[in-house]
Write a protein of this length. Structure first.
Lengths: 131, 512
């Protein structure tokens, strides 16, 4: 558990407005060698993501200014965002109605219930992503 | 009736007068004849006899008209007020000169009066029968539907019209099932009940609770109780009568209650995420530096956080089931592996209570069709229950094997307090808890309800065997993947790999 940090060079954008959660994720991901950027605001997160600088985007749905679902739709809309290289993983504690759920399944690369997964388990989950 | 009595008396007295008159006439004739002619005994008898007959015929033929006229008038009066002959017979004029004119006109008036009263009574009766179908039915502040043997609507009251959102006259001739798109909470539905009654009973009645009405476009959904009356041999051709009792308000409060819980539970998830995250971070940071006591505390905190997560998931799942939002996706699963993972995952929670979980997996089990996340909930709930009710015993055994019916059965057995026989049938009911244990043992009464719903959605069944003081065994079956109906197999997004905590796309390696 106390291995020295070996950078794997992968960049993660963590869109999360709950500071304690982003703190925990940043800690675990940094330890696992990821470069992590935290952005709590929806609109700014969209702009940051559009720089296409990330391998993984962890996207909360309930965030200020524009919702995570809107961010997801805009990132997947090629008229707004050029082809994104990042894998988008939705991280949420909310339930979705059928239509939203289906739409997320179409547009996102993964989906996590935050209460169901510890930071260590998140790292394990991300290690299985083909990035 | 006064006139009838007077009429009879007068008739009698007049008849007596006629008879007297005839006798006098006969007497006068006899006296007249014998004054001029000497008659013998036989001749006298012949004369008196002939005179009596001749006078009787004469008097009768004259008075017949006079006597029968009132009868004729009364007969006409009666015929005039009788509906069948009324058109053919004119009303008699009560002023017609007739014997006992006052009496006759009185009688005719009486007949007319009686007829009017009868007419009124008749009208009242007819009116009442109209009321039955129209006034009463339409005044009934409950939707009412009547339909025939083919479930075609014969009558719908106005309330039914506004309730369903279709003019009641438009419903007539339509199938009751097209007009009333009902969602029954169990398999006991109106059509199955009717099918059963049609073969077995002449008359029957039944009620159902908490039926949802799938509303027409743009209309709010309603919830009601339903009462049905069935009569196979009804002469009016109607066979079934339905009355709806709207409980939308009461039931929606219940539904809101569960949604409110679901909503509150979401609020629990964020602190829970943090709690689990910080416990893990703490363990990592202080690994190897903690005393045995501290490690034990951490371990208990961790187990408790896990238990809280399981509780939150139970509530959310019940809310999903009640909201028809529980979506299962059945994949081919190696059941032994699922059991092993579940047992290992639950070991921590059991160990906190000093309990060890043993498991035995029969060799050569076929793969099952299962929604991994949901079946893990089932095992979690059964094992959590076993832990709660273990008392002083320290063993829980999970067994899984193939039954004679080629189903994969899994049992969770404890050796604890057991369950009294009388409460066994209620165990899988929502919010049901053994009231003897409620004070000592916590729980929501949702776990077993959830297990039943999930197992049923997999095409399996749940059961329980228990004796007070000897522990309990809960079991459930799953269908081998090869035997699963095509529609039960997951047809949605095969690219997605689901785990207990979420899903990931295009990745066969990831399995939790």
């Amino acid at each position: 558990m106390t291995d020295p940090v070996v950078r794997n060079g992968k960049k993660v954008l963590c869109v999360e407005d709950e500071r304690f959660i982003s703190e925990l994720y940043a800690r675990a991901l940094t330890k696992a060698g990821y470069d992590i950027v935290v952005e709590p605001d929806g609109q700014r997160a969209l702009e940051v993501a559009q720089t296409n600088n990330f391998d993984i985007i962890l996207l909360d749905l309930m965030i200020p200014t524009i919702t995570g679902f809107e961010v997801l739709s805009k990132l997947r809309d090629t008229t707004v965002t050029p082809q994104l290289k990042a894998k988008i993983i939705i991280t949420t504690n909310l339930e979705q109605r059928e239509e939203i759920r289906k739409s997320i399944e179409d547009q996102a690369d993964g989906y996590l219930v935050k209460a169901e997964i510890t930071p260590r388990e998140l790292v394990e989950f991300l290690s299985h992503l083909d990035t | 009736m006064e006139y009838f009595h007077r009429f009879r008396q007068q008739l009698l007295s007049r008849l007596v007068l006629i008879i007297l008159l005839e006798n006098i006439l006969v007497g006068v004739t006899w006296w007249g004849v014998t004054t001029y002619i000497e008659l013998g005994g036989t001749e006298t008898a012949a004369l008196v006899g002939t005179a009596t007959i001749v006078y009787a015929i004469l008097i009768a033929s004259v008075s017949a008209m006079w006597l029968t006229q009132p009868t004729k008038l009364i007969a006409r009066a009666i015929m005039h007020v009788t509906p069948e002959t009324a058109a053919k017979v004119e009303a008699p004029d009560p002023t017609t000169p007739a014997f006992g004119r006052e009496l006759v006109s009185g009688l005719i008036h009486e007949v007319f009066e009686l007829a009017t009263t009868a007419e009124k009574t008749h009208q009242t009766i007819t009116h009442t029968s109209d009321l039955r179908t129209n006034f009463v039915a339409n005044s009934l502040p409950l939707p009412l539907l009547i339909f025939d043997a083919n479930e075609t609507i014969l009558f719908a009251n106005e309330v039914a019209g506004s309730y369903i959102g279709m003019p009641s006259t438009e419903m007539i001739g339509k199938s009751v099932y097209t007009v009333l798109d009902m969602l029954f909470p169990s398999e006991d539905t109106l059509d199955t009940w009717l099918a059963d009654k049609k073969t077995k009973n002449a008359t029957a009645s039944s009620t159902w609770d908490r039926i949802k009405l799938n509303p027409a476009e743009g209309r709010p959904s309603r919830s009601f109780d339903l009462a049905a009356y069935y009569n196979r041999d009804n002469p009016d051709k109607f066979e079934t009568m339905l009355v709806l009792f709207d409980h939308t308000k009461a039931y929606s409060q219940d539904d809101q209650a569960i949604s409110f819980i679901a909503l509150s539970v979401h609020e629990l998830r964020t602190p829970l995420t943090l709690l689990r995250g910080y416990i893990e971070a703490f363990e990592e940071e202080f690994a190897g530096k903690l005393t045995a006591d501290m490690n034990d505390f951490m371990f208990k905190m961790s187990a408790t956080a896990q238990q809280l997560t399981a509780f939150v998931n139970n509530i959310l799942n019940v809310a999903r089931i009640d909201d028809d939002q529980l979506v299962l996706q059945l994949h081919e699963e190696q059941w032994g592996e699922v059991i092993r993972a579940a047992a290992n995952n639950l070991a921590l929670r059991a160990k906190v209570r000093g309990i060890t979980i043993e498991y035995s997996i029969a060799p050569n089990l076929p793969t099952v069709g299962a929604d991994r996340v949901s079946v893990l909930e089932v095992i979690n709930n059964l094992v959590d229950n076993a832990i709660k009710y273990s008392g002083d015993s320290s063993r829980i055994i999970i067994n899984t094997y193939l039954t004679a019916n080629n189903l994969v059965e899994t049992t969770v057995q404890d050796f604890g307090v057991g369950i009294p026989q009388n409460v066994l049938p209620n165990l899988f009911t929502k919010f049901y808890r053994d009231h003897h244990n409620r004070a000592q043992i916590g729980g929501t009464g949702l776990g077993l309800y959830l297990c039943k719903a999930i197992v049923h959605a997999h095409g399996g069944t749940v059961w329980v065997k228990s004796n007070k003081g000897e522990g309990s065994t809960f079991g459930f079956t799953l269908v081998p993947f090869a035997n699963l109906n095509d529609e039960m197999r997951d047809s949605v997004n095969q690219d997605i790999t689901r785990g207990a905590h979420g899903w990931i796309k295009n990745h066969s390696l990831y399995r939790r």
